[in-house]
Structures are given as structure tokens and as C-alpha cells.
Write a protein that binds this ligand. Structure first.
Ligand SMILES: Cc1cc2nc3c(=O)[nH]c(=O)nc-3n(C[C@H](O)[C@H](O)[C@H](O)COP(=O)(O)OP(=O)(O)OC[C@H]3O[C@@H](n4cnc5c(N)ncnc54)[C@H](O)[C@@H]3O)c2cc1C
Length: 482
């Protein structure tokens, strides 16, 4: 089973790793000659860290930057307390997106896949058996036949357009400008938010430079027109109402509040993940994180489908689950973008929401929503156990006399059945599901739990809420085939 992944951003790299772990043969191509040095994002959230933990690589990322136990929803002066979240990683990790990509690429190469830089997907034809992909390389065009093509090729995705997948949503109404620059006098502009005469200027310290972000007061005639230093300088001075001289520009760009979502994440043998499937305002800083979540949901399902052991509709569940999660993320980031506007009409809403966010249950709800910790998928079986559909908690366990944990047992990216002895995995599921006999001191009521490769719980039985054996049979058939 061969998959071509178009795009070596966070979505493509993570998806490729997940596919390899699940037994697929993977090629990753990217049209750039090498990784872009320009860094868009700076954060990994709790859910991403949980997912990386379940693959045994989270420590590499945690070693890279500080963790911050607070986030922001509406009002910068009222941070959200992340330490109250139900997760092993109740914080945001500060890490450059470029570093995230380098670490993912390193891990992927340990799994045996090297990114083919300088290879651009320019078209494809799909039929019932596979996809014939045209790839432009330095030496011309190649035709490559694969079983599936994954479009992880960013917001302007050629794969999405060529597959005829719609991208409905709301067009850009407001624009922002970003500059990675130096200042002639570093004391002229403090880090953080500065209220100027005509707006707010955000300054983020970076090694050897600063990132300045501000609103673009007049929408550009051509949004693809490069942002020049003299233009950025003028907007900065106007916003502040004083001159702060900028020097040594590294990267200047613009972004918008456009929000769109692909109407299908799966079209025959073509799938989409990451920005190719959804774009949203940068408020909330979630793009990389949602890209990783898409990839981890998709990898095992696509591999099982291509390798021929997936139950009917497994790949469609990728669209169902991640489209719903993406729609929720779009709603949240659009709300955050609106609340960030300098508009007296919005001020009372921001203040009221800020006050509400200070109430512990609301604060926790918003923290778990914005970081994806509360993401829940329909497990397909009845039941109201709080774990059902959610990422299984990282329980500390003893198996075969050795200490282990849920995260450690999920590292091979296979379905996992944990039993304390009261329940057994049916014989006919043992080729597809890893069964472990465990002792779980922190949950003495646990009888057994069935966990998907992406870490989500699809069946759980406890002494206080024992589940009949036929519900386990249904869960196994729904997710891993009869
Ligand atoms: C200003 C700004 C700040 C941001 N800050 C944050 C933040 O703090 N935290 C966060 O989580 N997110 C942030 N984001 C969002 C984040 O950068 C994106 O959501 C993320 O990069 C999406 O990853 P991706 O892999 O889907 O796409 P991309 O990272 O865009 O990767 C797509 C890749 O596909 C390649 N490609 C494109 N077309 C082709 C083709 N035809 N053939 C082959 N290869 C192709 C591209 O070269 C690229 O390498 C920010 C975004 C912006 C604009």
C-alpha cells in the first residue's frame, strides 16, 4: 500500500510517520527546495503534546522551550489557567514551528522516510484502484502511481482544488501585518502589547530580532503583493503615533481573518489534512496543533483501508470526526479574532467574556476547548462513561511485573486492549489488537478498556458500570473490522 504525501509541513510529516507506523509505504514530497526558514507559529498545545507522548517522542519537543501554564481566550489581561486541565501536559510549549518541523522530519527519517524536497505535485488522475500523480522535479515531470494521495499542501492546496473539493467559508474582512525585524533602539518598543494612537502593536522577543504584529488599517488592493519594509514602517508609526525605526528585515508578510473549511476531507483516494482542509484566523495559535490532530486521526484509518482490513466506512469517519472538530475550531478562532478587534462595540462583550472566563468551570471549559483537550469523537456504542470517545487518560500501569503507562503501550500506534483480568479480548481480534494484562492501582474499578491507535477510548468496562460482552464485539467490529 503506497501513499504519496504532498507537503512536508506539520500535517504531512506527522501523517507520514503515522502511516509508516501502521505499515504503509510512504513518499513525502514538497515543492520547496528546502524547509522555509520563516517561522509562522511558536506553540504546541496540550493535545499535541499528549499525541506526541503517545508516540514516545514528546521529550524531544519539551526539551526545546519553556512551558507556560496559561493561555488566552478573549481578554489578554485575564489569562486562562491551563493548569486546571485534565491532561498530563497542562501548559503550552513555546517552540518555533520550524523546530517542530525539523524534529518531526528527524523522527520520520528514523522511521526510514526521507522528504523529497524540490518535488511539486502539479496534477493527478484517480481511478478506482489508485492515483496517478504528476510531480515536477528539477529534471522535469514524473508520473507516479500510488494507492492514495494525501493533500497536506497548505491553505492554497493544489490537491484540494484539483480534486474538486469545495472550500466554503467566510472571506477575509480584516488583515494583519507581521514583521520579523530589528529596532534601531531596542528600548523604543517594549515586549508585549503596546496601545498606540490608532491601535495595538504586539512585540514578541525572538533570538536576535523581534516579531511585530499589527492590524493593516486599509485592506490591500492585492493581498499577494509583498509587504515592504517602508510600508510596514509607515503603518507601525501611524499606529503608534510616533517613530520607531526598524532595521534588518528578515521576513514581512500579511495574514487575514478568512475562515474556510473543505466540504469533504476524503474524495475517493484523495484525502486532505491540516491547512489544506481548513484555514482560520491566527488568533488562538492552533493551526499546527490541529494539523497534528488531523494527521493522527487519519494515519491508522488510511493505512487500514489501503491494507484491506478496515471495516466499512472507517475512512469516512476521518471526515466525520475531523470535519466536526475543525468546524468547532473555526468557530472558536473566529470568535477570538472578533474579540481581538479594536472596536468599542466589541469591548463590552470582551469584558463580559473575560469575567466569565474567570469562573473556574468556564475557564476550564475554555482552556480544554481551545487546546483540544476536550476533543471527543462518537465511539459508535452507547454508554456514558466520561472516557468514552475522549483521549484515554495516561494511566500508570504494571504489566508483566514492569511499570508502564497507556502512552507507552500506544507507541506502536496499534489498537490496544487493556484488561485487569475480568475481561478477555476475543480470540479473533488478537491479530489486529494488542492485548495487555495490566494492574492499574489508580483505577481499581477498571475491568478493561479498548483504545484506538490515536489514543481515543471506544469501549470501557468497570466494576461499577460493567459492559456486556456484545458491546465489546460491536466496538471491535466498528473500529478494527470483524
Ligand atoms: C502569522 C501566522 C502565525 C501562526 N502562528 C501559529 C501558532 O503560534 N501556533 C500554531 O499552532 N499555528 C500557527 N499558525 C498556523 C500554522 O502555521 C499552520 O496552520 C500550519 O503551518 C499548517 O500546517 P500544514 O502542514 O497543514 O501546512 P503548511 O505548514 O503550510 O505546509 C504545507 C507544505 O506543503 C508544501 N506544498 C504546497 N504545495 C505543494 C505542492 N503542490 N506539492 C508539494 N508540496 C507542496 C509547502 O511548500 C509546505 O511546505 C500561524 C500562521 C500564521 C500565518
Amino acid at each position: 500500500m503506497r501513499v504519496m504525501v504532498a507537503g512536508a509541513g506539520p500535517a504531512g510529516l506527522m501523517l507520514a510517520a503515522e502511516l509508516v507506523l501502521a505499515g504503509a509505504e510512504v513518499t513525502v514530497v514538497d515543492r520547496l527546495p528546502r524547509r522555509s526558514p520563516y517561522c509562522r507559529g511558536f506553540t504546541l498545545n496540550a493535545r499535541s503534546l499528549e499525541l506526541l507522548d503517545r508516540r514516545g517522542v514528546v521529550d524531544r519537543f519539551l526539551a526545546e522551550g519553556p512551558t507556560v501554564p496559561y493561555g488566552m481566550f478573549a481578554d489578554p489581561s485575564r489569562p486562562l489557567d491551563l493548569s486546571v486541565m485534565d491532561t498530563d501536559h497542562p501548559y503550552t510549549l513555546g517552540i518555533a514551528q520550524t523546530r517542530v518541523e525539523e524534529l518531526l522530519e528527524e523522527w520520520l527519517s528514523e522511521l526510514g522516510v526521507t522528504v523529497a524536497w524540490g518535488h511539486e505535485v502539479t496534477g493527478f488522475d484517480q481511478d478506482g484502484d489508485g492515483v496517478e500523480v504528476t510531480v515536477r522535479t528539477g529534471g522535469g515531470h514524473e508520473r507516479v502511481r500510488v494507492d492514495y494521495l494525501a493533500g497536506c499542501d497548505g491553505s492554497r492546496s493544489l490537491v484540494r482544488k484539483h480534486a474538486g473539493i469545495g472550500f466554503p467559508g467566510t472571506p477575509a474582512t480584516a488583515f494583519g501585518l507581521l514583521a520579523d525585524v530589528g529596532t534601531a533602539d531596542p528600548s523604543a518598543l517594549p515586549f508585549g502589547a503596546t496601545e498606540g494612537e490608532r491601535g495595538t502593536v504586539f512585540v514578541i522577543p525572538r533570538p536576535g530580532y523581534v516579531r511585530i504584529v499589527l492590524d493593516e488599517p486599509v485592506p490591500p488592493a492585492d493581498r499577494d503583493e509583498p509587504v515592504r519594509l517602508d510600508y510596514f514602517q509607515r503603518v507601525l508609526d501611524d499606529t503608534l503615533g510616533r517613530r520607531v525605526e526598524l532595521v534588518d528585515p528578515r521576513w514581512l508578510t500579511r495574514f487575514s481573518d478568512a475562515a474556510r473549511q473543505a466540504d469533504r476531507y476524503v474524495a475517493g483516494r484523495v484525502v486532505l489534512a491540516g491547512d489544506a482542509a481548513h484555514i482560520h484566523p491566527p488568533a488562538g495559535a492552533v493551526g499546527v496543533n490541529v494539523a497534528l490532530a488531523d494527521a493522527v486521526n487519519l494515519g491508522w484509518k488510511l493505512a487500514a483501508t489501503g491494507l484491506g482490513y478496515a471495516p466499512d466506512g472507517l475512512l469516512d469517519s476521518y471526515h466525520r470526526e475531523r470535519h466536526e472538530a475543525g468546524a468547532r475550531m473555526l468557530r472558536t478562532t473566529r470568535a477570538q479574532a472578533l474579540l481581538g478587534r479594536r472596536d468599542p462595540g466589541v469591548d463590552p462583550v470582551r469584558e463580559l467574556l473575560g469575567e466569565l472566563a474567570g469562573l473556574p468551570p468556564v475557564g476550564r471549559y475554555l482552556a480544554e476547548l481551545t487546546t483540544g483537550v476536550s476533543t471527543r469523537y462518537d465511539p459508535g456504542i452507547p454508554g456514558d462513561h466520561p472516557w468514552l470517545g475522549r483521549l484515554a487518560p495516561n494511566l500508570k500501569l504494571v504489566a508483566g511485573g514492569e511499570r508502564t503507562s497507556v502512552a507507552e503501550l500506544l507507541r506502536p500506534a496499534r489498537p490496544v486492549f487493556l484488561t485487569t483480568g475480568a475481561r478477555a479480548l476475543p480470540e479473533n481480534a488478537r491479530d489486529r489488537v494488542d492485548a495487555h494484562h495490566v494492574h492499574c492501582p489508580e483505577r481499581p474499578d477498571l475491568e478493561a478498556v479498548l483504545i484506538r491507535p490515536d489514543g481515543h477510548t471506544v469501549w470501557v468496562s468497570t466494576t461499577t458500570d460493567p459492559q456486556p460482552a456484545d458491546t465489546l464485539t460491536t466496538a471491535l467490529a466498528t473500529w478494527f473490522g470483524a
